[in-house]
Design a protein around this ligand. Structure first.
Ligand SMILES: Cc1cc2nc3c(=O)[nH]c(=O)nc-3n(C[C@H](O)[C@H](O)[C@H](O)COP(=O)(O)OP(=O)(O)OC[C@H]3O[C@@H](n4cnc5c(N)ncnc54)[C@H](O)[C@@H]3O)c2cc1C
Length: 588
């Protein structure tokens, strides 16, 4: 069921077994799972069904690190950033989970085999086929000459990504959410603070504000933060009324280790023979190209550093691909056009730089050709390729999200971002370019021009809109915000979903892994707390009221009475949680 927050009576309380903050990729994945199990769940979604500049403006932040736009890199409405994602997917691989001695603070508390079973279910949610990612399989399926490059596998190898349609979670799962019997999705419901007991170890519920700033409260036995890689940390920091450091922040880790995949456009490759040979590695040509589709899913190839060379030369992970260009075509100009387009789309007219506007207007004929060319996927006509590279970010404690002194429309401190990357990323990028140049020269594939490759580092770095690491996972509370089950250290009933939990993130896209880990978290919560399982369940008292009639002050008189029950002390709730009971109020 979908409910508009503005219809809820102000100062009322809703009850749920589980409250999920954020109706994006992770939040919707969790909600669908809990609904299937009959668990009363409330999803608080800060945005509505449609784009809204008012809601989007709540994502505005203060940035002091590498250039970064916190509004353009996420979407604040049902479905979250899946409303604008590109749909590239690839599961993490074994080395992503490993503690590598040349990368401080790398590694996960478990291996790939812990997540692997969930990837298949995740594939279904993002609507891709079940074929593997083995390059040989895709090579065998494609019409020649599209296929794999023959490479010296000592240094470079081909890796495959697939394309989700891309699934827009809010739209695609809309009907399911509307008819969900056990799930209430409250739209335009902004979580503003988590309410805890007096020693900040148990969350009782969430303070929420509608778009018109009327306040209400959601009381839940479990709370899951699924508000995205920046907002998860921000909400923990904002929940500081009991502990001034915020929740889960005893060791000053919340918001630290912010990671984003540095993406760098540098270098140019001119093919020795037909450009067709490189089509499978051309992001522009392969992007959702139905001609490359196998059983409904298309794919794309990248060049990656082999594991051997990473270990031998102590490098990060790195992948490179091409963007076909025709003579006269200017990729930088296309990017400037996108910058202008986004500023106009979100009505950030003040962000428009005069030189961007002037460049776009001056070169508009080239731009039209370039955009047409992209639309029509005319790769065969290209005479050179731009090289684009994505590097794994090394976890860096000083790269972080904190609270700004500026406040948003709801009166909350905005996010303050200091995104940093270090020498290891630069060294890896430059080494990757050298290896591509040498390999293409050796095999006669083409000429790679790297003039001034290290100039402009890190200024020429752009991100991929992947926000990771700010509530990192580690078994040791002094090194991580959440434990191996995504539970916030030191808290009984607060979990986190999304890429903020990634302690290391490799160089692949995060969303498939976000979905897989959300499915794992749903299984864990169901099993650990006995939710949704048959047994002595007294869910009647804890179920949320049915849809709230406009103007009604109370939703369920018995429920409100219980919320006001002076016997509901933190100790009782904690006792209930550790005993796995169903009803905190039924505890002695
Ligand atoms: C332009 C772009 C392209 C991308 N392309 C790719 C790609 O090709 N492949 C890939 O893997 N990833 C891609 N991503 C990243 C991908 O979109 C994210 O990894 C994914 O959406 C994260 O899921 P999430 O559920 O953690 O966060 P989100 O999907 O962002 O969802 C968070 C939700 O929380 C809500 N919210 C936030 N704050 C509050 C609050 N206080 N109260 C209530 N609700 C709140 C938001 O409205 C939102 O709906 C891309 C992102 C962008 C922006």
């Amino acid at each position: 069921m979908l409910i508009e927050a503005g219809l809820l009576p102000s100062d009322s309380t809703l009850d749920a077994e589980i409250c999920i903050i954020g109706g994006g990729v992770a939040g919707i994945t969790l909600a669908l799972e809990f609904d299937r199990q009959g668990i009363a769940t409330c999803v608080l979604e800060g945005g509505g069904l449609k784009p809204s500049t008012k809601s989007q403006a709540l994502y505005q932040g203060e940035n002091v690190g590498l250039p970064y736009d916190m509004q353009a890199t996420r979407t604040r409405r049902l479905g979250g950033s899946s409303n604008c994602w590109g749909g590239w997917i690839r599961p993490f691989i074994s080395i992503d989970f490993e503690e590598r001695d040349w990368i401080p603070n790398s590694g996960w508390p478990f291996h790939l085999d812990e997540v692997e079973p969930y990837y298949r279910r995740a594939d279904d949610l993002v609507q891709v086929n079940h074929h593997g990612f083995e390059p040989a399989f895709w090579h065998s399926q494609l019409n020649k000459p599209i296929g794999l490059l023959e490479l010296d596998r000592e240094a470079l190898e081909t890796v495959i990504s697939k394309f989700s349609p891309p699934t827009r979670f809010g739209r695609h799962y809309h009907a399911q959410l509307v008819s969900a019997k056990n799930t209430k999705v409250i739209l335009n419901a902004n979580a503003v603070q988590l309410a805890t007991c007096s020693n900040a170890t148990t969350v009782h519920g969430v303070h929420v504000m509608s778009a018109s700033r009327s306040a209400f409260f959601v009381r839940a036995k479990h709370t899951i933060l699924a508000a995205g890689g920046i907002e998860n940390a921000r909400l923990l920091l904002l929940s500081n009324s009991v502990d001034a450091r915020g929740l889960g922040n005893q060791h000053d880790l919340v918001g630290r280790y912010f990671m984003e995949h540095p993406r760098i456009r540098h270098g140019r490759m001119t093919p020795a023979r037909s450009a067709d040979l490189f089509r499978f590695y051309d992001a522009r040509f392969t992007y959702h190209n139905p001609r490359l589709s196998v059983d409904g899913t298309s794919a794309s190839a990248h060049l990656a550093l082999s594991e051997q060379i990473q270990r031998r030369e102590r490098l990060l992970q790195c992948r490179t691909y091409f963007r076909a260009c025709r003579s006269g075509e200017d990729s930088a100009l296309t990017e400037q056009f996108h910058e202008l387009y986004n500023a106009v789309r979100w009505r950030h007219f003040r962000d428009i730089k005069l030189q961007t506007y002037a460049a776009v207007v001056r070169h508009s004929p080239n731009l039209v050709t370039s955009l047409l060319y992209r639309r029509l996927k005319l790769a065969a006509k290209s005479d050179h390729f731009q090289i684009e590279t994505v590097v794994e970010p090394a976890p860096d404690r000083e790269s972080r999200v904190t609270l700004s002194s500026q406040r948003d429309r709801l009166g909350l401190h905005r996010a303050h971002l200091d995104w940093r990357i270090g020498d290891q990323e630069k060294r890896t990028h430059l080494r990757m370019l050298e290896l591509v140049r040498d390999e293409f020269a050796r095999s006669g594939l083409g000429h790679v021009d790297l003039e001034d490759a290290d100039k402009g580092h890190p200024l020429s770095v752009i991100g991929c809109a992947h926000h990771m690491g700010t509530t990192r996972m580690h078994v040791d509370p002094r090194q991580g915000v959440v434990d191996q089950n995504c539970k916030v250290h030191g808290m009984h009933n607060l979990h986190v979903a999304g890429s903020s939990i990634f302690p290391t993130c490799g160089n692949d896209m995060p969303t498939l892994t976000i979905v897989a880990l959300a499915l794992r978290l749903a299984d864990h919560i169901k099993a650990r707390y006995g939710l949704g399982s048959p047994g002595p369940v007294n869910r009647r008292q804890l179920q949320m009221a049915p849809n709230v009639p406009s103007g009604a002050k109370t939703m369920d008189a018995a429920l409100i009475a219980k919320c006001a029950d002076p016997n509901l002390t933190p100790a009782i709730v904690e006792q209930f949680i550790s005993a796995g009971s169903d009803d905190p109020l039924a505890a002695p």
